[in-house]
Design a protein around this ligand. Structure first.
Ligand code: PLP
Length: 405
């Protein structure tokens, strides 16, 4: 049985709204996905029913909320098959998760040490490393991207050198849809004694991620692309890696003891969760994961990919359209430019027809430069998108293009 988006659409209240008098066709899922009622209700329920601060109370509500918060950590553990919930640090998103590693791991780096990134990274996995370049004199090296949007693996192997201290790569590109061969990359990095951080913000939504099988050292992702709320994400770190990292931020709940002239720190993951965490958001993320794990994830992947192929097939004869990213096995992300049009104009015209797509640099300026463009438009598919919506997008794009023909 193939996955039927109609079986879940009713659970997403926002999908029934209209935009400019047309049914909403939401194809901006790589930026942020819509939320099922299960998530909205879980967050409302905790605030209405048993809300208090976590980890510090001796009363019933504090205990109930702490249990729910820690249950959400267990849901994240289960989603990515980590060995222990203590290897899951809640952050405010994928960006903060990467900043945490760059800041803490970076403390141990010296001038001339190398960080190996790629040209297809989101700024979230470039800028925190630039801080280390500016502040510590580390050297950033970038694996180039091929014309069809793959990592140049020969270049990766050549760039992995004696001064490489960490490899930090996206698991799936938010622009190209490319799913990187992370198994091969991790094996090569480990053979050279180098840890690997994967930016899983896109991949965790569409792939079954198993951090144990991957043997990855750090894995970062956001909740809001995974049908969960904003303001919450997670960093997975192997127990021994987290244990070796100094704290990222200071405050309540991350300490062992605080004296006037000395301090000791708590164990991971609490060492990295200073202050009151995003409690309601974490519980919302837990609900999103529980909801998603109740769906046919393999069927969803096939369904999303079929939508992408359907759009591609319908636009195959469009000589005015250039797609960016055509790697084999790529995910359901369609980035493109229309001849003579700026991507922003295309997105605004599509909006008139109720179709929401992203346009701009997608926080990936180096990648835009690599492909010689200043921007692109991007339609990205989620489990609730239908064939009729894919067709509506193509129809709207054909109409939009006539303005520039
Ligand atoms: C590949 C990738 N990495 C990192 C991010 C940053 O995620 P957030 O803004 O949720 O922290 C995004 C968001 O678009 C992304 O697509």
């Amino acid at each position: 049985m193939s996955f039927d988006p109609e079986s879940v659409r009713g659970e997403f209240p926002i999908l029934s709204r209209q935009v400019h008098g047309q049914p909403l066709v939401y194809l901006d899922n790589a930026a942020s996905a819509q939320k099922p009622r299960a998530v909205i209700e879980a967050m409302t329920q905790v605030m209405e029913g048993s809300y208090a601060n976590v980890h510090r109370g001796l009363h019933t509500l504090a205990n109930e909320t702490t249990e729910a918060y820690e249950a959400a950590r267990e849901s994240v553990r289960s989603l990515i098959n980590a060995g222990s919930a203590d290897e899951i640090v809640f952050t405010k998103g994928g960006t903060e998760a990467i900043n945490l590693v760059a800041s803490s791991f970076g403390l141990g780096l010296s001038a001339g040490d190398e960080i190996l990134l790629s040209e297809m990274e989101h700024h979230a996995n470039i800028v925190p490393w630039h801080f280390l370049r500016e502040r510590k004199g580390v050297v950033l090296k970038f694996v180039p991207v091929t014309d069809d949007g793959r990592l140049d693996l020969a270049a990766f192997h050549a760039l992995l050198g004696p001064r490489t201290r960490i490899v930090a790569l996206t698991h799936m590109s938010n622009v190209l849809g490319t799913v990187n061969p992370v198994g091969e990359i991790i094996a090569a990095a480990h053979a050279a004694g180098v840890p690997v951080l994967l930016d899983g913000c896109q991949a965790v939504v569409h792939e079954t991620v198993d951090v144990g099988a991957l043997d990855v050292d750090f894995y970062a992702f956001s909740g809001h692309k995974l049908y969960g709320p904003t303001g919450i994400g997670a960093l997975y770190g192997k127990a021994e890696r987290l244990a070796a990292l100094p704290p990222y931020q200071g405050g309540g709940e991350m300490i062992g003891h605080v004296m006037l002239d000395d301090i000791t720190y708590g164990e991971p993951p609490h060492r990295f969760e200073a202050g009151t965490p995003p409690i309601v958001e974490a519980i919302g993320l837990g609900a999103a994961i529980e909801w998603l794990e109740g769906q046919d994830r393999a069927g969803i992947a096939t369904h999303e990919h079929a939508l992408y192929q359907r759009v591609k097939a319908q636009l195959a004869g469009a000589n005015w359209l250039t797609e960016i990213g055509t790697a084999p096995g790529k995910g359901a992300i369609f980035s493109f430019n229309v001849e003579g049009a700026h991507a922003h104009d295309i997105a605004q015209l599509l909006d008139r027809y109720g179709v929401a797509v992203r346009a701009g640099t997608h926080c990936a300026e180096p990648l835009m430069r690599r492909f010689g463009v200043t921007a692109s438009a991007r339609a990205s598919f989620a489990l609730y998108n239908t064939e009729a919506e894919a067709d509506a997008f193509v129809e709207a794009l054909l109409k939009a293009q006539t303005f520039f023909a």
